[in-house]
Design a protein around this ligand. Structure first.
Ligand SMILES: *Cc1c(COP(=O)(O)O)cnc(C)c1O
Length: 376
């Protein structure tokens, strides 16, 4: 006897909570179903009794959570007869758009800020065959141009202003509740455009049977059942990089800058929604310096074996600070989203470890000495 259980992506898995019909052709590369890993060493090291998990979104097909939204956005673009998709991107959206468009047989146009894309992300957009348009400007310039040009060309925008993106991304919240058998007390995320924190709130709200906000986003054509799966929603905490922190400044930032290129955004597209999430969940925004972000990235790699890109580490940098300060109390169940894989940005990783490599002669004595000198 055999039971077939091949995982075929998040739309199939959460189909009754997503805006698809029985004959929708689903464009999937097996996204979602990412591990929820419990941190073992870091909580012990900081001496706090905390149930701390990371949601390892870097293990999606193109290495970031953007795949969750892209499977939904490209599936719907295809269904609506569109032949091309368009996005502005700090890198990961373009990688996902390129891959899902390839899978669908569509053309992807991606607008990226010249010189500000991590190497892995650029490689992805190019190898998947996207038309890559570099602009002499930043992400916010790209976003403005995308909105303008979409009025003059037959293309579907697949940035997170496309409501289907958030519908796909809300499934990360479903997976967390399904995996834990409960809702976490706190959920911490890095915030750029604030689409992801908004999408998680939609997901948690639906699972708690409180989906009024979700309906506003999906235009009323998603079919979330009313049945509640969980009995509460978490406190949502959004962390930004200090050089790109409009939610901390209380206004748009015109020249955002941070080593965390994925959240190098000064004009968030989901501005109003994110403030609402903060208010409804009783959460907060805070900021982390580039030094704190890189230190958290290094801590995760060296203490837990988990490699995320700098932007992703912002959630852990902020959460650890708030845990140490008691703002997130001991005994809490906390989930931090690690939004993208560390291999996306090898340059920043190597720069962090400069001088750590040993170079010796190709001789037994030299290699032996290198090992004995460095035994812990
Ligand atoms: C897109 C992205 C973010 C920011 O998500 P928003 O929805 O724009 O807030 C954070 N980290 C990584 C790695 C990303 O690719």
């Amino acid at each position: 006897m055999s039971t077939v259980s091949r995982y075929t992506g998040l739309i199939e898995h959460y189909r009754d909570r997503l805006p698809v019909s029985d004959d929708t052709r689903i464009i999937s590369i097996g996204e979602g179903n990412t591990p929820l890993v419990r941190l073992e060493n870091i909580p012990r090291e900081i001496g706090k009794d905390i149930d701390l998990y990371i949601k390892y979104e870097g293990l999606n097909p193109t290495g970031s959570f953007k795949d969750r939204g892209m499977t939904m956005a490209v599936t719907r673009a295809m269904e609506e007869g569109s032949r091309a998709v368009l996005c502005a991107s700090t890198g990961n959206t373009s990688a996902a758009a390129a891959a899902y468009a390839a899978r669908a047989g569509m053309t992807a146009f991606v607008i990226i800020p010249e010189g500000m894309i991590a190497l892995g992300k650029l490689a992805q957009a190019m190898i998947h065959g996207a038309v890559v348009i570099q602009i002499r400007g930043n992400f916010d310039d790209g976003m403005r141009l995308v909105k303008e040009v979409a009025e003059h060309a037959p293309v579907t925008i697949v940035n997170s202003i496309n409501p289907y993106r958030l519908q796909g991304q809300k499934t990360a919240a479903f997976e967390i509740v399904d995996a834990l058998g409960r809702t976490p007390d706190f959920h911490c995320l890095p915030v750029g455009n604030a689409g992801n924190i908004t999408a998680h709130w939609i997901g948690y709200s639906e699972y708690a049977g409180m989906s009024t906000q979700a309906c506003a986003f999906c235009g009323g054509d998603c079919k979330h059942p009313c049945a509640a799966v969980s009995d509460k929603r978490p406190v949502m905490v959004g962390y930004q990089a200090s050089g790109a922190a409009p939610f901390l400044r209380g206004e748009m930032v015109d020249h955002p800058d941070t080593v965390a290129t994925a959240i190098r955004i000064g004009h968030p597209q989901s501005w109003d929604q994110a403030w609402k999430v903060r208010e409804e969940s009783g959460g907060w925004f805070d900021e982390c310096t580039d030094e704190e972000i890189l230190a958290a990235q290094k801590l995760l790699t060296s203490k837990e074996g988990i490699f995320c890109e700098p932007a992703s580490a912002t959630s852990v940098a902020g959460a650890l600070r708030d845990i140490k300060a008691g703002k997130i109390p001991e005994g809490s169940c906390v989930v931090c989203t690690l939004t993208g894989h560390g291999l996306k940005d090898p340059d920043t990783a190597i720069k962090q470890c400069e001088g750590d490599m040993l170079t010796v002669d190709a001789e037994l004595d030299a290699v032996k000495k290198a090992i004995l000198d460095n035994l812990a």
